[in-house]
Design a protein around this ligand. Structure first.
Ligand SMILES: Cc1cc2nc3c(=O)[nH]c(=O)nc-3n(C[C@H](O)[C@H](O)[C@H](O)COP(=O)(O)O)c2cc1C
Length: 208
C-alpha cells in the first residue's frame, strides 16, 4: 500500500494557514488515491528526541567507532525518527516561515535524521553522496509566510525558508519536489491568495 506522510511544522492548530492548505491537499489526495494510506506527523507532538547526546554519537560514528551507553541510546532514538520518515512512499511537508527561516522543530528533525550512512556519505575528494537518491520518493512542500513575498524587496525580509529547506531535500537525494506557496504579504489580497494556494494544493494532490 502506498503511504503519504504529512509532516507538519506549525503549532497553531485550527489557526494555521499551512495546516489548512495541507488539509485541502490530503483531502483531495484521499479522494483520488483511495488505496493509499495518509499518515500525519505533527513535529510538535513531542516525538522528536533531543540531539544533545546524539551529536556526540554522530562524531563517534564519523570517527569510525560504534556509539556505546547513552550515545547508543541517543543514536537508536535518532534512527527511529529516520526510519519513520524513510518508510513513507511520498511526503508532504507544511512549512511556515519563522524569522526568515524554518520553525525550529523542523531544523531539529533535520539535525536528528541527517546522519552518515543514513542520509549522506562524504568522500574527501569528491564530496557528499546523497543516499536517498533513486528511491522514487515524491516530496511536496507547502511554504507560507505573512510579510515576506517573492515580489518584495529585502526591507520585507529575506527568504532562507524555502532556499534552506529545498537545499536540504536535494542534499539528501530527494529531487522530485513540488511546491505550493501562500505568501499573501501585508498589502496583498489574503482571500485571493488563499483560494489560489488551495487550488494549487488540489491540483497537485490529484496527480501526486
Ligand atoms: C515565530 C514566528 C515567526 C515568523 N516569522 C516570519 C518572518 O520572518 N517572515 C514572514 O513573512 N512571516 C513570518 N511569520 C508569519 C508566518 O510565516 C505566517 O503567518 C505563516 O502563514 C504561519 O503559518 P501557520 O499559519 O501555518 O502557522 C512568523 C510567524 C511566527 C509564529
Amino acid at each position: 500500500m502506498t503511504t503519504l506522510l504529512h509532516i507538519s511544522t506549525s503549532p497553531r492548530g485550527d489557526a494555521s494557514e499551512s495546516l489548512r492548505i495541507a488539509g485541502v491537499f490530503t483531502e483531495v489526495y484521499r479522494e483520488t488515491h483511495p488505496d493509499a494510506e495518509v499518515q500525519q506527523w505533527d513535529l510538535w507532538d513531542g516525538s522528536l528526541p533531543s540531539f544533545a547526546t546524539g551529536a556526540k554519537a554522530k562524531m563517534t560514528v564519523f570517527a569510525g567507532a560504534e556509539p556505546t551507553g547513552d550515545e547508543a541510546t541517543a543514536w537508536a532514538a535518532a534512527r527511529e525518527v529516520f526510519e519513520r520518515f524513510d518508510a513513507a512512499d511520498a511526503v508532504l511537508f507544511s512549512v511556515p516561515m519563522w524569522n526568515a527561516g524554518i520553525p525550529y522543530v523542523l531544523k531539529q528533525f533535520i539535525d536528528v535524521i541527517s546522519q552518515p550512512g543514513w542520509i549522506f556519505g562524504v568522500d574527501p575528494t569528491t564530496g557528499y553522496q546523497h543516499l536517498l537518491a533513486g528511491r522514487d520518493k515524491r516530496v511536496a512542500v507547502i511554504y507560507t509566510s505573512a510579510v515576506w513575498g517573492p515580489e518584495l524587496g529585502p526591507e520585507f525580509g529575506r527568504n532562507f525558508q524555502s532556499t534552506y529547506f529545498d537545499d536540504w531535500l536535494r542534499w539528501t537525494g530527494l529531487t522530485d519536489i513540488s511546491e505550493v506557496r501562500y505568501h499573501p504579504t501585508l498589502t496583498g489580497d489574503q482571500q485571493l491568495a488563499r483560494l489560489a494556494a488551495e487550488e494549487a494544493a488540489r491540483d497537485l494532490a490529484k496527480t501526486f
